[in-house]
Design a protein around this ligand. Structure first.
Ligand SMILES: Nc1nc2c(c(=O)[nH]1)N[C@H]1C(S)=C(S)[C@@H](COP(=O)(O)OP(=O)(O)OC[C@H]3O[C@@H](n4cnc5c(=O)[nH]c(N)nc54)[C@H](O)[C@@H]3O)O[C@H]1N2
Ligand SMILES: Nc1nc2c(c(=O)[nH]1)N[C@H]1C(S)=C(S)[C@@H](COP(=O)(O)OP(=O)(O)OC[C@H]3O[C@@H](n4cnc5c(=O)[nH]c(N)nc54)[C@H](O)[C@@H]3O)O[C@H]1N2
Ligand code: SF4
Ligand SMILES: [Mo]
Length: 691
């Protein structure tokens, strides 16, 4: 890793991957935004303060092993030997599936790829999944069903700026991707969100449904479009299939019925359809608000059906997209850290895919395990009779971010061996038996794939502090101690990428024509990019969809209730999400002084009437209780809230964890947890007095 003075790279946080230039000054590293298309000179507060992550006071600098209950610093050899000995023993006693791996959508493409290979070959386990299951999986499943391929935005972000109307279903980019808002200045916005968010404030039309009812709303919008003769019958006939069966379901969702279920007035439903249908250019986008439900896949399908009926996808100036979340939310789901996938966005159950990848890896296809458990199911099985008794975590903090968090914490505690690689302490490293200090963004090379499927170069500015090593070196170190040949686990990112190119060749997410050389020369390469001369594919579907017949598919969907239904004891609906100044489980951003000042503690947004009924005033400490457990948070009175709904951000630790409330309800297809609906009651926090 060279020590250089200045470098062009990208922000370490979200999927927008704003372009930045880092410079080493005498006082530390400074950041400034570049004119990269997604951010065009803009950054959010997290991006501006990112350099302070590099030298946070409690940065992990030494490997640590737990001895007599305490984590103590040890050498890398001791740490890696401890891990290898433990894994060997567990594997000998209980077989390879007794070892689990939990990855992350923040990992570079190279790390995600090598982690998947490491799990399947070095460990021989099927038990690998990643936090993207909590993030992207519903949109991915619906996108694959409709279009035959799943790429967050099948068009560049800059296309949005030319639209007349953009519908945002359950996304709050004004807080979650602030620089994106510059592309949404000229279009009129329709925002579907139970809360009047900063994004909704900028909308021409804000629909405010009860959490968990978007599917009914999407069916209702399709109903109006068809009945009012606003659907694009020519496009439906030429470019799609399955309209009739989808329409059969939408037929019974007349506007008054939709209003009863969602709370969205008929007039607003009609206005939304009118705006979309009369626009010359329109886009439908979904975010986690529509997706993180036990019916997340069907809900996204409902919105895609609407977009298809209006003739938007695959047209210049129109389309459907999902706003991916984590820095590498897109690439993280393509290279094989998902339970059911191999690199190139191939399915692990597909014989041809297994043969291709096995050949690149130099093993017989029979050696590759089959599909494993999905993220929540994996966490839920830890330490049980047939679940893993060891877990390796790379890039996630499930003690805070997993649903039903108290239960997940218990499962983690039941493990024989928990290994966590991170660059800062987290609520999950606190439970670990071995903690491995790794490099972070400005200390390493690699590639990331942003929300528009564009592959970007992450570049290193400086050497890491202390004894931190890259995740790639960690995987190499464990694999070789388990008896694997070292050359199978290259530690140079460029070498891993060269192999990833070959492994992805011919797959849906084909990176074979992308190289560090082309990226460093400034080429804008969106996958698929099947050969070195190929210009990449910024816009998918213009000539046809990825199904064999070139047509998109309507998917018949029907509304259903959420896993939790509010009733007497738990009369309110709690939903969860994000604030601008904190990122995810907060492991990084709670360590940045400016960010922590802006958003220091857990809070709950409540309508003043709802608060008054519960005997709560602004600033009071409230206890929010669901059938799973309770969270303590400071009351914020928000007059624009629905009276039946409260909102909590999930960034905070301890008894402020919003995930103490969330349930284990999963989408049957994507296995996405229902982060957005929990039945709760609200009351003043009472001191629990010991008897
Ligand atoms: N500041 C910040 N930015 C981030 C992140 C972060 O943690 N902090 N995380 C990144 C990641 S990984 C992701 S996935 C993205 C997520 O980006 P978003 O999807 O924008 O984030 P959320 O806040 O989870 O959800 C968006 C909105 O959904 C609404 N919502 C809740 N329930 C429902 C519902 O039932 N229906 C509808 N229609 N809306 C509902 C919430 O009120 C919220 O305003 O953000 C990325 N950017
Ligand atoms: N209630 C509720 N819960 C949610 C959500 C919600 O909306 N509501 N959203 C869900 C979503 S969309 C997401 S994406 C998840 C995210 O939740 P988590 O998976 O917990 O994500 P992070 O907090 O980003 O955790 C990443 C950890 O990995 C470390 N890390 C970052 N980069 C690297 C790396 O390159 N290598 C290694 N080894 N470590 C690294 C960070 O320091 C941090 O400790 O939360 C989910 N949980
Ligand atoms: S929007 Fe996302 S990528 Fe851009 S500066 Fe903020 S956190 Fe970083
Ligand atoms: Mo996410």
């Amino acid at each position: 890793m060279p020590d250089v003075r200045t470098v062009a790279t990208h922000c370490p946080y979200c999927a927008l991957q704003c372009g930045t230039r880092l410079t080493r000054e005498r006082r530390g590293v400074s950041v400034r935004p570049t004119d990269f298309p997604v951010n065009r000179g803009g950054l959010c507060q997290k991006g501006w303060t990112a350099p302070s992550l590099l030298d946070v006071a409690d940065r992990l600098r030494h490997p640590m092993v737990r001895r007599d209950g305490e984590l103590v610093p040890v050498s890398w050899d001791i740490a890696l030997d401890t891990i290898a000995t433990g894994l060997d023993r567990i594997r000998a006693e209980r077989g390879p599936d007794a070892i689990g791996v939990f990855g992350g959508g923040g990992l570079t493409n190279e790390k995600a790829y090598l982690l998947g290979k490491f799990a399947r070959l070095a460990l021989g386990t099927s038990q690998i999944d990643y936090n993207g299951r909590f993030c992207m999986s519903s949109a991915a499943a619906a996108g694959n069903a409709a279009f035959g391929v799943d790429r967050g935005l099948p068009f560049p972000v800059t296309d949005l700026g030319g639209a007349d109307v953009v519908l945002l279903a359950g996304a709050n980019p004004a807080e979650t991707m602030p620089p994106l808002m510059q592309h949404l200045r000229s279009p009129e916005l329709i925002v579907i969100d139970p809360r009047r968010t900063a994004t909704a404030e900028q909308a021409a039309l804000h629909l405010q449904p009860l959490p968990g009812t978007d599917l009914a709303l999407a069916l209702g919008l399709l109903h109006i479009a068809v009945v009012d003769g606003r659907s694009d019958t020519g496009y439906i006939a030429e470019r799609t299939g399955g309209f009739e069966s989808a329409w059969q379901r939408a037929m019974s969702w007349w506007p008054e019925r939709v209003e009863r279920v969602t709370g969205v007035p008929v007039s607003e439903q009609r206005q939304a359809v009118r705006m979309l249908a009369e626009a010359g250019s329109a886009y439908v986008l979904t975010g986690r608000g529509a997706e993180q439900h036990s019916k997340g896949v069907d809900t996204v399908s409902g919105f895609i059906n609407l977009a298809l009926a209006l003739g938007l996808p695959g047209r210049p100036g129109g389309g459907y997209g999902c706003l991916t979340g984590q820095g590498n939310g897109q690439g993280g789901r393509e290279h094989g850290q998902k339970a059911d996938q191999l690199p190139g966005y191939r399915m692990i159950t597909d014989q041809a895919a297994r043969e291709h990848v096995a050949e690149v890896w130099g093993v017989p296809p029979e050696e590759l395990p089959g599909p494993g458990r999905s993220a929540y199911e994996l966490l839920d099985a830890l330490g049980t009779e047939d679940g893993p008794s060891a877990l390796l975590v790379f890039g996630s903090n499930p003690v805070v971010s997993a649903p039903n968090a108290a239960h997940v914490t218990d499962r983690l505690k039941a493990l024989d061996l928990l290994v966590v690689a991170d660059f800062v302490p987290s609520e999950t490293t606190e439970l670990a038996d071995v903690v491995l200090p790794v490099t972070q963004w400005a200390e390493e090379e690699g590639t990331m794939t942003n929300l528009e499927g564009r592959v970007l170069r992450r570049r290193g500015l400086q050497v890491p502090p202390g004894h931190a090593r890259s995740d790639l070196e960690v995987l190499h170190g464990i694999a070789t101690r388990l008896g694997e040949p070292g050359h199978r686990y290259p530690t140079r990112p460029r070498e891993v990428f060269e192999e990833l190119r070959r492994a992805s060749a011919g797959g849906k997410a084909d990176y074979s024509g992308i190289s560090y050389e082309r990226l460093d020369a400034g080429e804008a390469l969106h996958w698929p990019c099947p050969d070195g001369e190929h210009p990449g594919t910024p816009r998918l579907f213009l000539d046809g969809f990825a199904h064999a017949d070139g047509r998109a598919r309507f998917v018949p969907v029907e509304h259903r209730e959420a896993g939790d239904v509010p009733a007497e004891v738990f009369p309110l609906t709690a939903t969860t999400g994000r604030v601008l100044a904190q990122y995810q489980s907060g492991a990084q951003t709670r360590r940045v002084a400016e960010l922590n000042e802006a958003a220091p503690e857990a809070f709950v947004e409540v309508h003043p009437d709802t608060a008054a009924r519960a005997g709560l005033a602004e600033g009071a400490r409230a206890r929010v209780t669901s059938p799973r457990g309770s969270t303590v948070a400071t009351v914020r009175l928000v007059p624009t809230m629905r009276t039946d709904t409260v909102f909590l951000p999930f960034h905070f630790p301890g008894d402020g964890r919003a995930n103490l409330l969330t349930s284990d309800a999963l989408d049957p297809r994507s296995r996405m947890p229902e982060f957005k609906v929990s039945a709760v009651r609200l009351e003043p926090e009472r001191e629990v007095v010991a008897p």
